[in-house]
Write a protein that binds this ligand. Structure first.
Ligand code: PMP
Ligand code: GLN
Length: 383
């Protein structure tokens, strides 16, 4: 392995899911649902295959999907993106993120992440030969909040891009308008690009509002919006994601994307277009169901003795193992599948300052109630 990728080894999700399979554990580690998305969407995908939509789709993605994404951004965020030049379909949000960094950040320049951060961000930056710095989410009562001083301190003359992720993996925090405004001001002041990862854009709880930083003053022109069908329509295996950005920025993303995968997911594209156009009520019901699951898992973890931060969005809840008398989340998660038949993910692997997050483990509630209940039952037997 080349030096710049050596620190990455295999992902924590692969490691923990492999342990889960080996020990027949309840997998509350990797964030993916164990139920299917809307039936009408699955039917469109089956029909697309039967109808022969099995060759390379257009490089920017099928027009029907780009139009659906444009209509959705216009309807829900009042931002206009031209489907011909400002929307790109990618192989999941993961490819959009990598292609954006490869296409827009020169080697040696810096990208600022909000720590803890989703693991692919750091790897994408390494692939590009760029460097990362971090702003910090810090505990405040039972939630995590952005430390704005750490954001300002992370900016240097070499900074090219800020990455924002809200709703946030792994903490479940959702950035509010004040935080997003402060981030936007930093971006404008230092003339930075902003990549906003909104894969959990629909999944916000307790009346929390998801605000896209792309909608704030001065931001559309410098922002790459990234999202995905994976978590919205329960199709993590389809790998249909997208990027929306002004044409010159999107062209740079496309240039890199062409040589990563060229295109992907042909027959799934019309199915996702259908879902975006027709199944938003399904998504709202799904969101409400996830909100209940979050409450169910959080309460059960608290009852079992964990300290639990409130999750306001996404798939995850962060739990403090300190009250259990444990302190190393990585060791805890490595032994949990064999010891109690449950898999979770240590938060320290999402951090450049792992000591600060060592006591935290991430559980997903994106599972059937029976799965969550069985996981909790197992935890209770031995914690
Ligand atoms: N960003 C975040 C914050 C995620 O949690 C994930 C995992 N779904 C991704 C990106 C990757 O999305 P995709 O599966 O569409 O590549
Ligand atoms: N996004 C999911 C998670 O954070 C799964 C990611 C993956 O397996 N690469 O758990």
């Amino acid at each position: 392995t080349v030096a710049r990728l050596r620190p990455f080894g295999s992902t924590i999700f692969a490691e923990m899911t492999e342990l889960a399979v080996r020990h027949d554990a309840v997998n509350l580690g990797q964030g993916f649902p164990d139920t299917d998305g809307p039936a009408s969407m699955l039917a469109v995908a089956r029909a697309a295959i039967a109808d022969g939509l099995n060759q390379y789709p257009p490089g920017r993605g099928m027009p029907v999907l780009r139009q659906a994404i444009a209509d959705d951004r216009a309807r829900r965020y009042s931002t206009a993106y031209d489907p011909a030049t400002e929307i790109l379909v990618t192989v999941g949000a993961t490819e959009a993120i990598s292609a954006a960094v490869l296409g827009l950040v020169e080697p040696g320049r810096e990208v600022v992440l909000i720590e803890p951060y989703y693991d692919s961000y750091a790897a994408a930056i390494a692939l590009a030969g760029a460097r990362r710095r971090t702003a910090r989410l810090v505990p405040d009562g039972d939630r995590f909040v952005l430390d704005l001083d750490s954001l300002r301190a992370a900016i240097t003359p070499e900074t090219r891009m800020l990455m924002v992720n809200s709703p946030h993996n792994p903490t479940g925090s959702v950035l509010d308008r004040a935080d997003l405004t402060a981030i936007a001001e930093v971006a404008v002041e230092h003339d930075l690009l902003v990549l906003t990862d909104e894969v959990y854009e629909h999944l916000v709880y307790d009346g929390t509002e998801h605000i896209s930083i792309s909608t704030l003053p001065g931001m559309r022109e410098r922002t790459i919006v990234v999202s995905s069908a994976a978590k919205t329509f329960n199709v993590t295996g389809w790998k249909i994601g997208w990027a929306c950005a002004p044409a010159p920025l999107l062209d740079a993303v496309l240039t890199a994307k062409q040589f990563l995968t060229f295109v992907g997911g042909g027959p799934f594209q019309p199915a996702v277009a259908h879902a975006i156009n027709e199944e938003l009520d399904w998504v709202l019901a799904q969101r409400d169901g996830l909100s209940d699951k979050r409450t169910r898992l959080s309460a059960a973890l608290r009852d079992s003795g964990f300290g639990v931060a409130t999750s306001y969005g996404g798939y995850f809840v962060c739990a403090d193992i300190g009250p259990l008398g444990a302190e190393d989340g990585l060791a805890f998660c490595r032994e949990l599948p064999a010891r109690l038949g449950v898999a979770a993910v240590p938060v320290s692997v999402f951090a450049d300052h792992p000591a600060d997050y060592k006591h935290l483990v991430r559980f997903t509630f994106s599972k059937r109630d029976e799965t969550i209940d069985e996981g909790v039952r197992r935890l209770r037997t031995g914690i």
